[in-house]
Design a protein. Structure first.
Length: 388
């Protein structure tokens, strides 16, 4: 491999949210990677920094073209650059869309378990969360389309926040599933906000399907939120984009982004995103191979050394969704115990709702030695939990 993902990176002294922990603790929870960004991105940022003037920054057409070309080349979706607008992050975009596309005191639907910040975006905007739970059968998740139909038939629901690929389960929805969701939403006049931030983190040889690409109806009724932040480890730069094919919907959303003051960039977010999407495909492809190797290694370890646990099969994200139901159905208590006894910090699945109370979420985006440390702590912690 050209790039060395095994090399540890000391993140102390960088104000890292992930690594702001006590000595001896090992954080494997929040979804950022312990790898340096692609060298081309670092070089572009350094070159911009050396200019020495960091004033207000326009969003150049080059940004829109870079996003559009990436989705065309990598994901077979013919995006018009005019559909693309900048925002300071996927979560700010989600929250703004909730305020723009739903009524105060109205309801917003999600399919759960799902990324917990969706709930914050809805509740903090004065709306009610309505969960439509996924089916969990034989260690895999599936959309319950009948339940979704019933849920979205509520006239107070005009917005669905959807996660494609899915966080935390790592599920990639098929084109047929997306089409079915789109058909249901069209019947009930529901707009879809599709969070596709993890779409570039699929297993080698595996692709995802953009929600808006599967039909004209899906394109008309959706806002797609994307970013280089997860795939290229740029979350701290606060840069993302919305892709909205429908002119009227795009006008409403962009007006909301400006109203909420989340449409203005900084120099480095623009430079890094353009560089990632125009020059860093080879780096990403090597990263995907490494992450898949980590996933297979973690699954093998858990199967052989912690057989009480079960990993959910996944082809996307660098997160592992671990079923601990045979040991404990209180993921908060179990995660607290693991941290206290071993220093391992994992996400408690209960925060994702649905059946998440029996799961832990583990971040695999780290050098192999770090992963082995975390897996060892997990095995030790589960043994101690059973003894208690």
């Amino acid at each position: 491999m050209t790039y060395d993902f095994n090399k540890p990176v000391d993140r102390s002294g960088t104000y890292s949210t992930k690594w702001n922990v006590a000595q001896g603790e090992l954080p494997m929870w929040v979804a950022d990677m312990d790898f340096r960004a692609a060298p081309d991105i670092t070089e572009a940022i350094v070159a911009r920094a050396k200019h020495g003037v960091y004033g207000y920054t326009d969003i150049p057409d080059e940004f829109r073209r870079a996003v559009a070309r990436w989705w065309c080349d990598r994901h077979d979706w013919n995006v018009d650059p005019q559909w693309v607008d900048f925002c300071t992050g996927v979560v700010p975009a989600l929250s703004s869309c909730v305020r723009t596309l739903s009524q105060p005191d109205g309801k917003v639907a999600v399919v759960a378990p799902v990324y917990n910040i969706f709930f914050n975006s809805i509740l903090n905007s004065g709306r009610e969360v309505v969960c439509c739970d996924l089916d969990y059968v034989n260690g895999a998740y599936h959309l319950d389309l009948d339940s979704l139909e019933r849920t979205l038939s509520d006239p107070q629901i005009r917005l669905l926040i959807f996660c494609n690929p899915h966080n935390p389960t790592g599920t990639i929805w098929t084109a047929d599933e997306l089409l079915a969701v789109g058909d249901i939403c069209e019947r009930h006049g529901v707009t879809v906000i599709s969070d596709e931030i993890h779409c570039d983190l699929t297993a080698p040889g595996v692709s995802y399907t953009p929600f808006a690409s599967v039909s004209d109806a899906c394109a008309r009724e959706s806002v797609t939120c994307v970013s280089a932040s997860k795939a290229f480890n740029l979350a701290g730069l606060q840069g993302a984009a919305v892709i909205i094919p429908d002119d009227e919907l795009r006008m409403r959303v962009v007006k909301g982004l400006n109203r909420d003051e989340v449409a203005e960039s900084n120099d480095f977010a623009v430079v890094a995103t353009i560089t990632a999407f125009t020059r860093c495909g080879p780096w990403l492809d090597e990263l995907r191979v490494y992450l898949q190797s980590n996933r297979e290694h973690a699954r093998s370890f858990i199967d052989s050394s912690i057989p009480e646990l079960r990993t959910v099969a996944a082809n996307a994200t660098y997160l592992m969704w671990v079923d601990c139901g045979a040991v404990c159905e209180d993921s908060v208590a179990l995660s607290d115990f693991l941290r206290e006894e071993t220093g391992l910090i994992l996400s408690a699945g209960a925060v994702y709702r649905g059946n998440g109370n029996r799961f832990l979420r583990m971040n695999l985006a780290c050098p192999r030695a770090t992963l082995d440390d975390g897996l060892g702590r997990l095995a030790r912690g589960i043994r101690e939990w059973k003894r208690h």
